[in-house]
Write a protein that binds this ligand. Sequence first.
Ligand SMILES: Nc1nc2c(ncn2[C@@H]2O[C@H](COP(=O)(O)OP(=O)(O)OP(=O)(O)O)[C@@H](O)[C@H]2O)c(=O)[nH]1
Length: 507
Amino acid sequence: MVLADLGRRINAAVHDLTHSNLVDEKAFDSMIKEIGNALVEADVNVKLVASLRKSIRQTVNFKELGPGVNKKRIIQKAVFDELCRLVDSHSEPYKPKKGKANVIMFVGLQGSGKTTTCTKLARWYNARGFKACLVCADTFRAGAFDQLKQNATKAKVPYYGSYTETDPVKVAKAGVDKFKKERFEIIIVDTSGRHRQEAELFAEMVQIQEAVQPDQTIMVLDASIGQQAEAQSKAFKESADFGAIVITKTDGNAAGGGAISAVAATKTPIVFIGTGEHILDMEKFEPQRYISKLLGMGDMQGLVEHVQSLKLDQKDTMKHIAEAVRDLRDQLNNIMKMGPLSKMAGMIPGLSNLMGDVGDEEGSMKLKRMMYIMDSMTTKELDSDGKMFVQQPERMTRVARGSGTSVREVEDVLTQHKMMAQMAKKMKGGMKAMQQGGMGRGAPNPQQLAAMQKRMQAMGAGGAGPGGMDMASMMRAMGAAGGPGGMDMSKMMSQVASMMGGGGMRR
Ligand SMILES: Nc1nc2c(ncn2[C@@H]2O[C@H](COP(=O)(O)OP(=O)(O)OP(=O)(O)O)[C@@H](O)[C@H]2O)c(=O)[nH]1
């Protein structure tokens, strides 16, 4: 994830300032400058960057800060808030209603990820109890219907299209009418995209719009175009009015930061972002959540939603592996549904930074090695606060030898544990409040999540850098809170751990 570089640079700039002994105006200025440079390199418009720098300066007002105030906290909060504002369009998208036909039409240039996103969105609504379907109104590109058909079949979403009808308006209308009659609630119309913003393409979009009368038109933009997103969306807006934007391919491009901020500046709501080619690789876009994740503070709400949307079979997940080979297969199947490891790790505070830019394979290897290290510790060591390793460094050498790793890696695990322990301490209050809030089993409600997210932000910014909990603790905490969808996540994660490491994460 290249955008992670941007997050890391901003994090490092804030961390360097807030962890130095001298927080003076000069250091504050150089932090703002570094944040600005990182954003410009991610193709964020220079005017927007200048305005962000000015706002941080004004909010913090360094000269007026009294001696008693907590400068570090004020600076961290100002940076976080201004980054959120940079990507916030301050506008509300259309919200589909249950029990009626909501027609959603997609527009965008060829290759932007339209068809993929249509399918992802249909699945997203299906997972949330809507009856969703797809209509292919791209009669221009040979193979477009086949592609949609293939995607829809994989996602188990009903679809409509034609191999013989060449008029996209007729196909769109017929598909929408058919699905309306069949009482579908989300009818997604995929239209044709061409290489350029040609006049005929725009004319076709308008005609389809008139024929199917969409409740919402969504434009799909490829993140790699960076701040060009503004010009492209303007060109489309002048022809086919659209109400919201999805930015795809944010997984592979730092310029996604530029695209998101450019779109936000046009006050058009960004509803989702594409984060990969897999059907589950799409996230609802919310400024605070996005910035938290970008800065490595995790995305608790996203994690809960992700696991909820998987419709995992609780019975299978809970089964003991020993009974039959089939059980093992079911377990593996459930785990695979969770998506790539990097996606899960990115949602967990601390782990996103720890995993860094490494791919899934390397990331799994990193986690596996961490588990080998912990498996080579004695019960006493595992139950300790880690200080005994500092007092008796020979323990580190022994563990490194036993686990086939290096002393440096053992030190890294201990550092991670230390940060996690600090975070867990701060988090205790939050979890207690959640449990007292009568959550019992079932997923946290939005207010509880928001409160938790706030805490995480405060803690993440406070610890900046790879400050955070490890996966097992996070899952344990969530498991204690009932777990998403009533499933005990901690059990599930220990299963993930045992699959990956053979030894299992300590719980
Ligand atoms: N990495 C990544 N790839 C994506 C994402 N969204 C789509 N893609 C890929 O982008 C390519 C183009 O996607 P399509 O859905 O075919 O694009 P389209 O806009 O429908 O193109 P046309 O049907 O030709 O108009 C495919 O290889 C997708 O897998 C994303 O969020 N991340």
